[in-house]
Design a binder for this molecule. Structure first.
Ligand SMILES: [Zn+2]
Length: 142
C-alpha cells in the first residue's frame, strides 16, 4: 500500500491509499477518486509528501517551536547541505566566483566569505550568488 497526499480542484487536501502508483493513476483516470469534502474528481497529487511529513514530525517532537527555532533548524540543514556539496574556498570566494564566471575555472559549487566591496564587484560583473546565514565554525571564538 502507498499513501498519497491529494488535493482537489477546490483546494481540499486529503490522503488516499492505493495498492501502488499504477492503481492510483488508473483510478484517477477513471474518476474513481473523489474529494471527501466536495466530491470533485479532478484530483492532483501534492508534491513532496516526504518533506511535508518530516516537517510535521519535527514540529510535534519539539512541542511548540517558535518561528525563530524553525528557521534555525532550516538554516542548519541548509548549512549541512552547503557544507557537503560546496567547495570551501574561504576568503577567495569572490576571486573564484569570477574565475568560474569567466570560464577560467571549472564550473562548480563554491562557498566562502566575501567582503561588501567584493560583493559589489560580483554584482557589477553579473555573477550569480546568494548569501546564507550560517553558524560560525566552532573554532571562531578562540
Ligand atoms: Zn474538494
Amino acid at each position: 500500500m502507498i499513501a498519497y497526499d491529494l488535493t482537489c480542484a477546490n483546494g481540499h487536501s486529503f490522503e488516499g491509499w492505493f495498492e501502488d502508483r499504477k492503481a492510483f493513476l488508473s483510478q484517477k483516470r477513471r474518476g474513481l477518486i473523489s474529494c471527501p469534502v466536495c466530491d470533485d474528481t479532478d484530483i492532483a497529487q501534492l508534491p513532496s509528501r516526504f518533506a511535508i511529513r518530516a516537517s510535521q514530525a519535527a514540529v510535534v517532537n519539539d512541542g511548540n517551536p517558535s518561528p525563530e527555532k524553525l528557521w534555525e533548524r532550516i538554516g542548519k540543514q541548509l548549512g549541512d547541505f552547503v557544507e557537503q556539496n560546496f567547495d570551501n574556498v574561504g576568503c577567495n570566494f569572490a576571486r573564484e566566483a569570477l574565475k568560474i564566471h569567466y570560464g577560467v575555472s571549472e564550473p562548480r559549487n563554491i562557498r566562502g566569505v566575501s567582503t561588501e566591496t567584493e560583493e559589489k564587484v560580483l554584482k557589477q560583473e553579473g555573477v550569480q550568488f546568494f548569501k546564507v546565514p550560517l553558524p560560525p565554525p566552532p573554532d571562531s571564538d578562540s
